[in-house]
Every structure is written in structure tokens, then in C-alpha cells.
Design a protein around this ligand. Structure first.
Ligand code: GAL
Length: 705
């Protein structure tokens, strides 16, 4: 065993601040951006490995994630191990100055294991057992799977504890990507245990689940099942609890791997790659983040008009999930993926721009899936840093150029994203709750509404943080909380205190409606927020897919309307319905409190194009203005990172045309050189300007005009 360790000497827990991938304890190199990819050398003959490291150096690669899907290679049979190839790969990387984020290799169990123990395979809600043959075919709650997986983790940790290349552990891979919901008997048992600890007694569970409805009363714990395929709508609280449980079950698995790693290698930081992106909603990441030493995220852009907004939104949310600390972009793509209906290549400039938007939002590492494009297998049409065409390619040249850009941005590493004055609340529980069956409308998409608000902030050129419901809101002048559907009393109290303390809140249709058990707050909607908003709604007015309504401010609403009555004299109607069932009634309201705060309500879906018209005046009312020159607002995304002495202004051209800044101050760390006192940001270009902390690169007068 080449890399032995002394467990007894290392058992003392290292503080999290010392477990950082940028600074392994033995490393006194200056901090710089980590740059690299998933590296899967087992797909290639040995001769290619040497060429790989040569090209990695050429591209400025500093770190690779290794062994993510290597279980079958490392343990070809229950009692046979083969580490020789991985030893060689790690040595080769280390000899070339490339660090390793080493996977625990548990993501895809080998065929010998599923043959020996088919009871580890997940079961769908219709009762079908998933087969081996792809990846992640394991039950999060299977004790058998856990035994085998933890044995592998222990073996890996023991073997590589002292390997100098290893700077971080990468637990499994995208936990829950394919196996978040398992309805097997293992899951049923674990679900009952979870419910026991949540509710304590069956009486309490029966109350929370409202089992007097449809004769669902439970007399014994063993009578409870996961929400498997049923004759009609399954109990909604059971469904919500199953989502909570499923996220917790995987979190528990994550902790089990982590505990093995921390016991054996307490000085090596541990991460796992989240998927804060698109419609991936099964894992409640804000609730997972504390379990690991640093947050990593995978992000794949979705084509469409909000492609870049969604990327930025995900990065901003990842920043807040990471608690404001630097985070690791573990995967994104150099160009096309292979799993969308049509997989479009990235256009010129997008590879760098996409990466730098993540950096702008606090990433200190930029990695791709994967290093070398596979020649075979399910992902052979997925782009990589070295494409099928080889290094003589636009993609590889763009990859190497990004390596140089990241090097130029070295001073930015370790700085943190400066908090904005406005926040957008994003809530997993509301996301889960509003998209179940048996709702007023099946057309409501929680993330889309939140994204539309984010797009509106971008259109206005106003920086915004994306925060969760547990965030401290007191530092924000303005808080938007669209479709905040699940509002326990404690949250209602915090929002109330925020507004009474002078804060400005905006929320929307279908907010405040239920408590944590999915029981309606009675007395009229928006339930828990009714008094704060000074309105009362007796009935929802959802709209059919092809119906829209006009508002008297020229905007058009879709998806939803509400029959609003005003209940407080401090409420102003900002817009009324002009047609439809609510014609003449309020559509957008704002209650101004004597204390100085306000609470606004938007009762219909205005979309990314309509929302700026409503959001702009609300922001001005809260005193929140764009920090960008007037002429570039909407065309440029602004994000600021700061350290003790400097501020780094990231200016991202969101358009396909050049954008002109008439005058800028500050040192350009990366991007176009200033000319004549101004700066022309090319199509899809990014500039990073360094100024003294507290200063602005835009000479006085431009920003507030
Ligand atoms: C991720 C995964 C990678 C690769 C990539 C392709 O979900 O972690 O292994 O499959 O997607 O986009």
C-alpha cells in the first residue's frame, strides 16, 4: 500500500476553514482559480494519459476530478481490487502539478453487485424495478448498498490518505440525479422511521396528514406506505413529506460517506456536486450545504430566451447556498450536451462568458464535464475540453484562452460576492407544494415565476441576491418573494417584522396559502400574509392556457388572477384588471405602512417582459437604484466581488451586440482595453474592473441618472 496513513494521529477534527481545496495544508503556492474537469482516464489507453497531462498544462488546468464512475474498475469482483491504474494516474497528475478532487467512486454500482444483491435496485412509484446498465441504480435507503459503498469509501480513503495530489474528496456524483424517489420496501421502512421522528405519535401524524379525509386514518405505523401509484390523488401532506424524506434520505447517505472520510482523512475537505439548475428540485440543497466543507455545483445551460438569466440565477442561488463563501463550479459544458432534445453548440464567446458568470457570483473554481470527449458510451456526443476533433479546434483554443483569463483574474480569488440591496426569496417547500396534483392550476411553474422576477432585476440593471426563507432579510431594502406558498407562522412573523422594520416586500398570487402541513390558513387568502398585504381574496381565478387579461397599465396577465378586496386604508391599487372575470378589480396592490415599509401583491403572471414595469417603481419606492450607467442597463449584468482592499466589478454583456461604456475608471483585470476613457464590451464579452473598495468604476452622475 503506497500511501499509508496513521489514523490515530489524524482523528482530531480539522476546522472547516482549514479544509479548503485552494490551500491544502502542505501547499504554499499563491491562491489561484482552480480550473479543470472530470477526468476519466479509464476510458482511454495508457498512451493517451501522457498526452492528456501535456494538454492540461497547455490549457492551464490545475485540478481534475478522478474515478467518479470507476467502481467496476477498482473492484472488479466482490473480493478483488485493482488500484494500480489509479495509483499511476494520480502520480502522473501530481508529477505534472495537477491536483486531484478524488471521487469515492460509489455513483454507479458494478454488475457483480446488482447480480448478487438485486434488492439494492430502486423501485418506481408504479412498482417497476429499475435495472442495472446505466448509472445510479441504487436505493438511497438500502442497508446492503450502504455496506458495500462504505467499504469502497473506506478502502479509497485509506489508500489515498497521504497522496499529495489529493486536495478534496468528491462524494458519489450528483446525488439524486436519477434515484431521488425510490418507492421500495427499504424506502417504506425508512419513511416510517422518518415520520416517527417528525411526528412522534400516530395521532400527530393523523392530524398533520388530515387523514379524516377519504378514510385514511392510520392505526399502526406499518400501515403507512410511500405515495405509490394510487386510485386517485394521494394524500397531499404524505406527498410533501415524502419529498422531504427523500431529500433527507440522500442527505443521510451523504453524511455516511462523509463520516468515513472525515474519520480517515480529517484534513482533506469533502464536497459533493449539487445540481442547482433548471427544474432539478428533489434535493433541498440549502439544507444539505452544512454537511460538506465546500459547496460544489454543476450547471448546464438550457437553450431559450432566458438561457443566460437562468445560468446567472442558478449561480446567485448557489452563492447563497454556499453561505457566501467561495464555491466550486464542478461541471458545466464547453459546448453542446447530449441529453436535451436538440443539443446546440455554444456560440463564440459563450464558453468564457458562461464560466465567468459563475465566477462573478462567487465561484473560485471552474470545471467542465469532461476533459476528453468520450469516443464511445452514452455521452460520446457531449462536448469536452478536448473534443473529438482534438486540440486543433476552436473549443480547445477557447479552453486554453479561458485558462489564461482565469490566471489574469488571480487577484479575485478568495474575494466574496458583495451583498445586493435587494433579495429574491427561493423556497424549496413552496416549489414542491405548488407543483403537486390537485392544485387550482396545473400550469403554475414555481421556478419559472422566480426566474421571471430575476430576469426583471437584470432588465433593470439592479443587482439581487437569491436567498432562501431562512436568510436574514434585515439587511435588504427590498425583498421579492414570488409564489411563497408554504408560510408557517414563524415565517409570516419574520416577514411581518421585516416590513414593520421599514423593509419593502413584494409577493404574488398563490402566496401565504398553507402552513408547513399543507393546511390552508383560513379566513381568506393570502392566508398568513393577508393582514400584512391589506387585502383579502375569497376565490382564486386561474386562467386557461390560451386566456390572457389586460391590465390598465398596459400589461398583460396570464395563468392566474385573484378576486381582491382591499382591507386596509393604506393600500394603493397600482394596476387594475381591464377585462376578464376580475374587470375593474385590483391586479397589483401596495400597502404602505406608517413605519415606512411596504407590502406589494401581484395577482397575475406578468412574465419577464411585463414584470420590469411593476418592479421598477417598487424598487424606486424602496430607494434601490441601478449602479450601472443608464445606457447599458438591461444589456449588461453587473456583479461585484470584494476583498479587504478592492472591489471587482464584473460586467457581462448579455447581448449579441457590442455595448459601449462612455467612461470607466479602474484597472481592467480581464476584458477589452479601455479606449478614450471608455470601454467597448464586445458581443457576449466580459470585463472585470478592479477599483478601491467602496468605489465605483462609473464616474459620478452616470449611475443614478
Ligand atoms: C452530469 C453528470 C456527468 C455527466 C454530465 C453530462 O449530470 O454528473 O457525469 O453525465 O451530466 O452533462
Amino acid at each position: 500500500m503506497p500511501y499509508s496513513h496513521l489514523v490515530s494521529e489524524r482523528i482530531i477534527m480539522t476546522p472547516a476553514s482549514e479544509r479548503h481545496w485552494l490551500r491544502p495544508p502542505s501547499d504554499d503556492r499563491p491562491t489561484r482559480f482552480a480550473y479543470g474537469a472530470d477526468y476519466n482516464p479509464e476510458q482511454w489507453p495508457r498512451e493517451v494519459w501522457k498526452e492528456d497531462v501535456r494538454l492540461m498544462r497547455e490549457a492551464g488546468v490545475t485540478i481534475v476530478s478522478v474515478a467518479i464512475f470507476s467502481w467496476a474498475r477498482l473492484q472488479p469482483a466482490e473480493d478483488r481490487w485493482d488500484f494500480a491504474w489509479l495509483d499511476e494516474v494520480l502520480d502522473l497528475l501530481h508529477d505534472n502539478g495537477i491536483a486531484v478532487d478524488l471521487a469515492t467512486a460509489t455513483a454507479s454500482p458494478p454488475p457483480w453487485l446488482t447480480t448478487l444483491h438485486p434488492e439494492i435496485l430502486p423501485v418506481t412509484h408504479t412498482g417497476e424495478t429499475l435495472s442495472q446498465g446505466a448509472r445510479q441504480h441504487w436505493r438511497p435507503t438500502s442497508p446492503v448498498f450502504r455496506t458495500y459503498a462504505l467499504r469502497l469509501v473506506e478502502t479509497m480513503a485509506t489508500r489515498y490518505a497521504d497522496h499529495p495530489a489529493v486536495v478534496a474528496w468528491h462524494i458519489s456524483n450528483e446525488l439524486g440525479c436519477h434515484n431521488i424517489y425510490d418507492y421500495s420496501d427499504d424506502a417504506a421502512r425508512a419513511f416510517r422511521d422518518w415520520l416517527r421522528s417528525r411526528y412522534g405519535t400516530l395521532d400527530e401524524l393523523n392530524r398533520a396528514w388530515a387523514t379524516s379525509f377519504w378514510s385514511q386514518y392510520y392505526g399502526e405505523w406499518d400501515q403507512i406506505q410511500p405515495p405509490r401509484l394510487a386510485a386517485s390523488h394521494a394524500n397531499p401532506t404524505q406527498q410533501l413529506d415524502f419529498k422531504r424524506f427523500s431529500s433527507d434520505a440522500l442527505k443521510d447517505y451523504l453524511r455516511a460517506e462523509r463520516d468515513v472520510l472525515r474519520r480517515i482523512t480529517p484534513r482533506i475537505p469533502v464536497t459533493t456536486n449539487f445540481m442547482v439548475m433548471g427544474e432539478t428540485r428533489g434535493m433541498n440543497y440549502p439544507d444539505w450545504a452544512e454537511e460538506i466543507d465546500f459547496v460544489s455545483n454543476d450547471h448546464y445551460a438550457h437553450p431559450g430566451p432566458q438561457r443566460l438569466d437562468e445560468l446567472s440565477f442558478s449561480a446567485a442561488l448557489t452563492h447563497s447556498i454556499a453561505g457566501g463563501r467561495p464555491w466550486f463550479l464542478m461541471e458545466h459544458s464547453t459546448s453542446a450536451v447530449n441529453w436535451q432534445p436538440v443539443n446546440v453548440a455554444k456560440r463564440e464567446g459563450e464558453l468564457a462568458r458562461d464560466s465567468l458568470v459563475h465566477v462573478a457570483h462567487g465561484a473560485d473554481a471552474v470545471c467542465f464535464f469532461q476533459w476528453r470527449q468520450s469516443a464511445a458510451g452514452a455521452e460520446k456526443h457531449h462536448s469536452a475540453m478536448v473534443p473529438h476533433a482534438g486540440p486543433d479546434s476552436e473549443v480547445f483554443r477557447a479552453v486554453a484562452a479561458l485558462g489564461r483569463t482565469l490566471e489574469a483574474l488571480t487577484p479575485v480569488t478568495g474575494s466574496v460576492r458583495e451583498p445586493a440591496r435587494a433579495a429574491l426569496v427561493y423556497d424549496w417547500e413552496s416549489w414542491w407544494a405548488v407543483e403537486r396534483d390537485s392544485q387550482p392550476s396545473s400550469l403554475l411553474r414555481y421556478r419559472q415565476e422566480a426566474l421571471d422576477w430575476y430576469s426583471a432585476f437584470l432588465a433593470l440593471g439592479v443587482r439581487v441576491d437569491v436567498v432562501t426563507t431562512t436568510a436574514d432579510l434585515t439587511g435588504y431594502d427590498f425583498v421579492a418573494a414570488p409564489v411563497l406558498h408554504v408560510v408557517p407562522q414563524a415565517l409570516a412573523g419574520r416577514l411581518d417584522a421585516y416590513v414593520r422594520g421599514g423593509g419593502h416586500l413584494a409577493t404574488t398570487y398563490y402566496s401565504g396559502v398553507v402552513d408547513e402541513n399543507d393546511h390552508v390558513h383560513l379566513g381568506g387568502y393570502p392566508g398568513a400574509l393577508r393582514d400584512l398585504l391589506g387585502i383579502r381574496i375569497e376565490e382564486f381565478g386561474p386562467l386557461q392556457e390560451d386566456v390572457d387579461v389586460r391590465l390598465d397599465n398596459g400589461l398583460t396577465g396570464t395563468l392566474w388572477t385573484d378576486r381582491i378586496d382591499l382591507t386596509d386604508s393604506g393600500v394603493t391599487v397600482l394596476a387594475r384588471y381591464e377585462d376578464g372575470d376580475q374587470a375593474g378589480r385590483p391586479a397589483v396592490t401596495r400597502r404602505a405602512l406608517e413605519e415606512g415599509g411596504s407590502a406589494a401583491y401581484v395577482s397575475t403572471r406578468l412574465g419577464s417582459h411585463g414584470l420590469p414595469d411593476v418592479l421598477g417603481p417598487l424598487l424606486s419606492g424602496a430607494g434601490v437604484l441601478s449602479e450601472l450607467p443608464v445606457g447599458v442597463r438591461g444589456q449588461v449584468e453587473l456583479t461585484v466581488r470584494t476583498d479587504d482592499s478592492h472591489a471587482y466589478w464584473f460586467l457581462v454583456n448579455r447581448t449579441d451586440e457590442p455595448v459601449v461604456f462612455e467612461a470607466v475608471d479602474g484597472e481592467v483585470l480581464s476584458g477589452p482595453s479601455p479606449a478614450g476613457g471608455g470601454l467597448v464590451l464586445p458581443s457576449r464579452g466580459v470585463a472585470v474592473l478592479r477599483v478601491a473598495s467602496g468605489a465605483t468604476p462609473f464616474p459620478h452622475g452616470q449611475a443614478t441618472a
